[in-house]
Design a protein. Structure first.
Length: 202
């Protein structure tokens, strides 16, 4: 596990559900002015997770990109992104940009995905649990490969993966932080804990 600091850190979390962008913007601007906060967090849903279907929700990675200038020097994280929503290589590129925008202070929180209603509503497959975790592990392998030193320039990296094989893949420009953004995983059962121990920083 990677430590953020040698002291207690205090973060704030805003959920981008049932709220307008101006309110979130004002909240992050205020939080950036308060020295008590060391980190800002956001969840990842396409709809309101408190209900089975529907409900307003702003996409968090794009929203975070519009907010990080309010919190310079602070950590910014996702708690947690649904692995089912984004292709792993695209996620690596998005995380790389946020890592650059925060000066190496982006924490990529990732989970396997769970909300059936939003998957059905948007036509996003939600595989059975075993396959979902196989794909979750695949994403972690891709992220680690694309955050590596080898991916910073040609000839890039190769990865033999059943879901996302990489062939000479590069991640240019590279992340600001050596090794890429910190990865924190959401998981409760044995396999989730094993994945955190093998691939994650937290």
């Amino acid at each position: 596990m990677s430590r953020l600091a040698d002291r207690l850190t205090i973060g704030f979390k805003t959920s981008p559900q049932q709220v307008d962008r101006a309110t979130v913007d004002a909240t992050w601007r205020l939080a950036g002015e308060l020295p008590v906060f060391d980190a800002g967090w956001m969840n990842d849903h396409l709809t309101d997770p408190r209900v089975e279907r529907g409900g307003a929700s702003i996409e968090p990675l794009v929203l975070l990109a519009t907010l990080v200038h309010h919190v310079p020097g602070k950590w910014v994280g996702t708690a947690v992104l649904s692995n089912t929503f984004r292709h792993p290589s695209l996620l690596a590129k998005q995380a790389t940009l946020l890592d650059d925008a925060t000066g190496g202070r982006f924490i990529l929180g990732l989970g396997a995905g769970w909300h059936e209603g939003e998957h059905e509503a948007f036509g996003i497959p939600l595989p059975p649990l075993r396959e979902r975790f196989d794909r979750y592990e695949s994403t972690l392998r891709v992220l680690r490969a694309l955050f590596s030193e080898e991916a910073r320039q040609a000839p890039g990296v190769d990865l033999d993966d059943p879901f996302v094989p990489l062939r000479g893949a590069t991640n240019e420009p590279p992340p600001a932080r050596a090794g890429g953004p910190l990865i924190w995983l959401g998981g409760q059962r044995r396999r989730g804990i094993e994945l955190a121990a093998r691939y994650a920083d937290g």
